[in-house]
Design a protein around this ligand. Sequence first.
Ligand code: PGA
Length: 230
Amino acid sequence: MKIIAGNFKSNLTRAQVTQYTTALEHSLDAKRTEHKIHIFPSHTALLENNFSHFSVGAQNAYFAPSGAFTGEVSLAQLQEFGIKSLIIGHSERRALFTENQEFIARKFRFYAEAGFEIFYCIGEDLKVRESGDLYEFLRTQFQGIDVDYPKLIVAYEPVWAIGTGVSATLEQIQSTHSLLSTLTPSPILYGGSVNAKNAQEILSLKGVDGVLVGSASLEVAQFLDIIHAL
Ligand code: PGA
């Protein structure tokens, strides 16, 4: 059993996600998979998390039950949709929205306390990879995170492979996953330019428990190809 997750980022409208989920549910009804499927639409396109063959999670949320946090979405608002999984630490939030490790760790603690399944993203940029300090860097991205949290799913996403069309090599994926397995007992997904062509090879690697897919999850047919790749 692998975990296959689609992160739609700021793509797809509510109408498009509604069509997408209808098609996904229908296809998975006809052709079952043993894998665990998750999708993460934008907040405006969040749907009730009550599908039979996949779960709907949130890409981001603020660490408060509710309150005065303009522009943010809170725990109560996710709970209204039955949402129980959340992406935290994505490199786009770290880089574009300047979320630092302390902020990310606060978010993690709050949603772990609330019993959420947490897709926790980490990954180095090219400079770090070339410097050879990969282990040290990845270790700092776990600061303040309970690596033994039972509902933690780690997503290793090298920044240089996200949205570039160039995924990490199989050797790089395997060796980094093996490094990460010394830091956490949690399942570890790979993310970064995963598509229907490379998914099978990546998912077959030892230590790869699944994939987190961005661009190639935006069309349901492609996402299904990834799900059925193995
Ligand atoms: P990508 O994005 O598949 O488009 O590279 C992956 C991610 O950011 O999760």
